[in-house]
Ligand binder design. Structure first.
Ligand code: ADP
Ligand code: ASP
Ligand code: MG
Length: 408
């Protein structure tokens, strides 16, 4: 059972979450509980790091930002003990949850089960784990990237072969789009792993992308549900294999990401190897390039456009200007547009349905929204647009693909 930030935001909410754990213990289950930091805490810690040291040491970033989860893990264990439930808290390094040493975005390598198993054998009923954190081969604390407690939860479920992995959050499941953007968003009873994976990676933050990947690989029965509603066996959304879903829409959902920037190298000398000369240095600088467009070339020169997260723009500019100074690339101008957003439609039905892209573009045209960049894959279409139209675009596409709540 994983409880997100809003579900442990106050002592009262921790008590409410603990009661839910108590219900499972009363059924005879041994439970692993993964907790996030109290809501807002991790943001505060991240900001403190930035204010102290703009170009911070990633190891110390992890030392600071992992601490929010330590507090809630201890408080949850104490709350359970007050309810006479034998419980113990564990920080990542104590388990130990072993990760790579990529601080700030570490990947889980292994979760040995013996420490917890020994405690369960002694009568412990609930192991409370501080989510989001692990330990590197060098013995330093690592974190798994923002939203990483979801991944902690699925990884523990896989390692301990749990019957299921329940993610408790502030919405009662996965919706056709973020319910904060449109009240017409509809809760899905089931969603396919592939679709959830795309939605998550395209910005739907209800589950961290990596957690969906792990659940798919290890066949973890993954459910998303609200910690504020009465529990029931059919509550929430089940993330499952597509074969388990009877009713399929061509489009399952709409995702958005505010955090996008578009960069264009204007009038690049076009020759073999030019893409490698641009994207090699960007990759070495750790810039996550997403969309790429190269225009047709005229008189040996072309424009090259790509998108990346807004907070990587400075790094990208530095890498490209250095490559230019070293003679690797030749271009007239570098233009960054940080007022863009990405909106995507996702659905496995697109594999067998033509015309989704045309429908999407018409819908945006009807709203007078200009598309700046387009990318597609087998089950998604993404467009980059002006950020001020983002919500309008999500709402329009939600209507166009008939995703709204049925009137019954
Ligand atoms: P937690 O703190 O529990 O991990 P998050 O804030 O990380 O919660 O994720 C839950 C939020 O994800 C919701 O409040 C909602 O605004 C947002 N969200 C975005 N897209 C979706 C979607 N398709 N379905 C449900 N929630 C979504
Ligand atoms: N507290 C961390 C974050 O806000 C991890 C999580 O909640 O999943 O990113
Ligand atoms: Mg989250």
């Amino acid at each position: 059972m994983k409880f997100g930030g809003t579900s442990v935001a106050t002592l009262d909410r921790i008590r409410r979450a603990a009661k839910r754990v108590g219900v499972e213990v009363a059924k005879g289950y041994e439970v692993i509980v993964i907790v996030s930091a109290m809501s807002g805490k991790t943001n505060e810690l991240v900001n403190w790091v930035g204010e102290t040291s703009p170009l911070y040491d990633a190891r110390e970033y992890d030392a600071v930002v992992s601490s929010g989860e330590n507090v809630t893990a201890g408080l949850m264990a104490l709350t359970l003990q007050e309810m006479d439930i034998p419980a113990r808290s564990w920080q990542g390094w104590q388990v130990p949850l072993k990760t790579t040493s990529a601080h700030g975005a570490a990947r889980i390598e292994e979760i040995p089960t013996d420490n917890l198993d020994a405690k369960f054998a002694e009568g412990m009923k609930v192991a409370v784990i501080a989510g989001f954190q692990g330990v590197s081969p060098e013995g330093r604390i690592t974190t798994l990237g923002r939203g990483g407690s979801d991944t902690s939860a699925v990884a523990f479920a896989a390692a301990f072969k749990a019957e299921r992995c329940d993610i408790y959050t502030d919405v009662d499941g996965v919706y056709t789009t973020d319910p904060r953007i449109t009240s017409k968003a509809r809760k899905l009873d089931k969603i396919a792993f592939e679709e959830m994976l795309e939605l998550a990676s395209l910005g739907a933050k209800v589950l961290q992308t990596r957690s969906v990947e792990l659940a798919m690989r290890y066949k973890v029965k993954l459910r998303v549900l609200s910690s504020f509603e009465e529990p029931s066996d059919t509550a929430g959304t089940l993330v499952c294999d597509e074969e388990e879903i009877m009713e399929k829409n061509v489009v399952a959902g709409v995702a958005y990401s505010r955090d996008e920037a578009k960069m264009t190298l204007v009038s690049v000398a076009d020759r073999p190897g030019i893409a490698a000369a641009i994207f090699g240095p960007l990759s070495e600088a750790g810039v996550n390039v997403d969309m790429i467009v190269q225009n047709i070339s005229e008189e040996g020169r072309t424009d090259m456009t790509f998108s990346c997260p807004t907070d990587q723009v400075a790094r990208a500019e530095k890498a490209i200007m250095e490559a230019k100074e070293q003679g690797g690339i030749n271009f007239h101008d570098l233009v960054a547009d940080t007022d863009v957003a990405k909106v995507s439609v996702v659905g496995i039905g697109m594999r067998s349905h033509a015309g989704v892209a045309a429908q999407m573009f018409q819908s945006l045209r009807d709203e007078g929204i200009n598309i700046k960049v387009i990318t597609t894959s087998e089950i998604k279409i993404s467009v980059l647009i002006d950020r001020k139209y983002m919500e309008l675009a999500v709402q329009a596409l939600h209507d166009t693909f008939g995703l709204e709540r049925s009137s019954s």
